[in-house]
Design a binder for this molecule. Structure first.
Ligand code: PSV
Ligand code: MN
Length: 385
């Protein structure tokens, strides 16, 4: 079996700027001390996560939450901090005009406004050097008959085509799906099949993003991973975990076995290497727990799932599968899952010149106490601000 350490050392997990900001449910946002007040401070926090884990070198932005005057200045600041700006997430779900949809809205004027924002996001990518544009649409309907389902698909296709045509060299469009919420009857991109259809029609540089919280309970997500990988249409992940709906809890917290099964498909298809082009991103909110430590924990959870996937004895698995040995094949996978990979990861970190225990090292660093005092004044950034 190949040594898992090199792959673990080169793994890259992108953290989301909004996870560092205040967030909550529709019932209450509980502000936390030390939370960033602007995109620069979010990036500074993301850089701390990278400093202690060594595998989180990029941070995703959400526009307009991370709007700044000059994105080249923000990119230069990120570089100074030791990270880079990653995926640009568009936001066409928080403007009052979008009550009945954005790019699928029945009114062409609203559609034009939404498309304008998506194109602005590509301009931002040009300035930040970001390679990926991530699109998630809250569009959909709440009641049967509210709008024409096929017409909405046509409007969506038209907008996607215009954005796709605007992409520059080396840029991709990642289309995210979500079963429901905020639309409760028919979401316009509800599942991987719909996302795949649009991406297939657009071309090679349009790929599907799997947000692990965006499925019906019981959905076999690793099957979707395998099928999209086979079709060359998996662009990346928004990792988070859920017990009920789109809970946005820490990745690997609710169901570490599912995260392992997903990473197992990735490793089996040789898609872990950054050169394979799969973006491993977190998309989560830390409503009640301290944010930076929670993000470090999430990164470590993804690393643990990956390490276990790398430990699957592929030869033994192929031979058990080939001979129809059902229990033997399952045992190979379970042996890897049941291995305690924490010592292996501690060694990997030591070899990278890192503290083997990133959370303890972060707590010892005094970073939290420092920013808690420095950021005492002013308005904290929050979800939607
Ligand atoms: C939607 O629920 C989503 O998963 C999309 O990725 C958004 O851009 C993100 O959450 C941020 O709220
Ligand atoms: Mn997401």
């Amino acid at each position: 079996m190949a040594d898992p350490a090199p792959a673990l050392r080169t793994q890259q997990i992108e953290t989301p700027s909004w996870a560092y900001a205040n967030s909550g449910t529709r019932f209450r946002v509980f502000p936390q001390r030390g939370v960033p007040r602007d995109p620069f401070e979010k990036i500074a926090d993301a850089a701390v996560v990278h400093r202690f884990t060594g595998v989180a070198p990029s941070v995703a932005l959400h526009i307009p939450w991370d709007r700044v005057e000059d994105y080249t200045v923000l990119a230069a600041f990120a570089a100074e901090q030791g990270v880079r700006l990653g995926t640009i997430n568009a936001n066409v779900f928080q403007d009052v005009d979008y009550m009945l949809g954005s790019v699928t809205h029945p009114d062409p004027a609203v559609r034009r406004k939404a498309l304008g924002h998506l194109l602005e996001c590509v301009d931002i990518m040009d300035a930040t050097g970001s390679a990926d544009l991530k699109l998630w649409f809250a569009d959909g309907t709440n009641y049967p008959g509210q709008d024409d389902i096929r017409a909405r698909q046509d409007r969506l296709a038209e907008a996607l085509e215009a954005v796709y045509a605007r992409l520059g060299e080396g840029q991709r469009m990642l289309l995210e799906y979500k079963l429901f919420e905020p639309a409760f009857y028919a979401t316009d991109v509800p599942d991987w099949g719909t996302a795949y259809m649009h991406c297939a029609q657009l071309g090679e540089r349009a790929q599907v993003v799997i947000d692990t919280g965006h499925h019906a309970p019981g959905t076999n997500i690793e099957f979707i991973v395998a099928v999209l990988l086979r079709a060359g249409k998996l662009g990346g992940f928004d990792f988070n975990s859920r017990f009920y709906a789109d809970d946005d809890l820490m990745a690997g917290a609710a169901d570490p076995f599912q995260l392992f099964r997903i990473m197992n498909e990735i490793v089996a298809a040789d898609a872990l290497d950054p050169a394979a082009g799969i973006a491993f991103m977190l998309d989560q909110c830390h409503n009640i727990e301290p944010k930076i430590a929670a993000i470090i924990r999430s990164v470590m959870n993804v690393q643990e799932a990956t390490a276990k996937a790398l430990l699957v004895d592929r030869d033994a698995l192929a031979s058990a599968q080939g001979s129809g040995d059902v229990l033997g094949a399952n045992a190979v996978v379970m042996d890897a899952y049941n291995t305690d990979v924490r010592p292996l990861l501690a060694q990997v970190r030591a070899d990278m010149g890192l503290d083997p225990d990133p959370i303890a090292a972060y707590h010892r660093s005094g970073y939290f106490e420092r920013v808690r005092d420095e950021r005492a004044e002013g308005a904290q950034a929050g979800w939607g601000a």
